[in-house]
Design a protein around this ligand. Sequence first.
Ligand code: F6R
Ligand code: MG
Ligand code: MG
Length: 369
Amino acid sequence: MKVTFSIIKADVGGWPGHATVHPELIKVAEQNLSKAKKQGELIDFHVTHCGDDLELIMTHTKGEDNEKIHGLAWDTFKKATKKAKELKLYGAGQDLLSDAFSGNIRGMGPGAAEMEFTEREGEPVIAFMMDKTEPGAFNLPIFRTFADPFNTAGLVIDPSMHNGFVFEIWDIQRHMSIKMESPEELYDILALIGAKSRFVIKRVYPKKGKLPEDEPVAVISTEKLFHIAGKYVGKDDPVAIVRAQSGLPALGEVLNPYGFPHLVSGWMRGSHNGPLMPVGVKNAVCTRFDGPPRVIALGFQLAKGKLVGPVDLFADTGFDRARDIALEITDYMRMHGPFEPHRLPLEEMEYTTLPSVLKKLHERFTEMK
Ligand code: F6R
Ligand code: MG
Ligand code: MG
C-alpha cells in the first residue's frame, strides 16, 4: 500500500511574542483535521507545535502536492488565524502571504515536507520539526545519518545499507538541483552542503536493494520565505520526515546526530548563529533571546497509514547532555552581543532589518584619506 506522509506548518500567531503556540490554535486545527478524517480525506493526523509554529502531521493516499490536502492545511491555518486574531496573538496570520488559496501551498508562506512511499511490514517514521532556524540546519544531521560511518554503524556492518545512499541537493539561490551518490562522492557532497545557507539536502533515496529506488527515505522542507516575500518575514523554520530500520539507518542512528548541538543560523530576529537544542515537545518554547533554536522529533509506527504514536523522542534523558552543551554554547555565543560570528555575516543580513539601519549611515561616509 502506498501512503503519503505530509507535514505542513505555519506560524499563524505566537504566544507571547514568538515563543510558542496557544493551545486554542492546536484545538482549532485538531477539530478541522478530525472533520477531514471523518470524511475520509485523511487516514490520520497529529497536531503539535515547535516554538511558534503550528505543525500538521497528516497521512493520506492522495500523493504529494495534492490540492485537497494543501487546501485542507490552508483552511486549517485560516481558521487558526481567526482564533489567533480573537486572542490578539502576536503576528496573527504572519505566514499566510496571500488571501486566496491557489491550489498549492508552496510559495504561499507555509512550509511542507511530503513523501509518498510503499508502507513496509514495519514502518517507523520520524517527524522532525525545528524552530528559529533554516532548512540548512538539517544538512549536518541528515548527512551523518545517511553517509557517516562513524555515526551509522549499519553503513559498515549491514549488507543492505553498505552501498550507501543518493542525496538530492538543492541550490536554493539558483533554483537548481543535483543528485549525488555516497560514499562515491562524499567529499563533493560535503563541499556543497557545508555551505548550508545555499545548498540544502532536499531528499535522500536508497540505492539498488530491497527498497524501491524511486521512493525517498528522507525529505526536508526547503521553503525560503525571503525568496517568496522579497523581505524578511521570519525564518523558514524547517521540518523533515525520515524513515528508519530494515535496510535504512536504525531509529537510534537517525537520532544520534542531534546529540551534537551544532551551530545553525536563525535565533533572535533570524540574524544569529546558535546551537540547535534537541527538546521534548513541552520544552519547545523559545524564550531565551527568542531561542535558542529547537528541534523536536516525534516517532510513529505506521499501520496502513494510521499514526501509531507519537513518541516524544528527544524527551529522552539520553539527550540531557546535548541540552547542557547547547546551554553552555548559548552563554558563550551570547557574550558576543552584536559581533560576528554570533551575528550572521553581512550578506546573510541582507533580508533582515539591518540594511535600513545602515542606509542612513551610508551618505555620511567620505573618501578615505
Ligand atoms: C525569529 C523571530 C523573532 C523576531 C523578534 C522580533 O525568527 O521570529 O526573534 O524576529 O522577536 O520580532 P518583531 O520584529 O515582530 O518585534
Ligand atoms: Mg513567529
Ligand atoms: Mg517559528
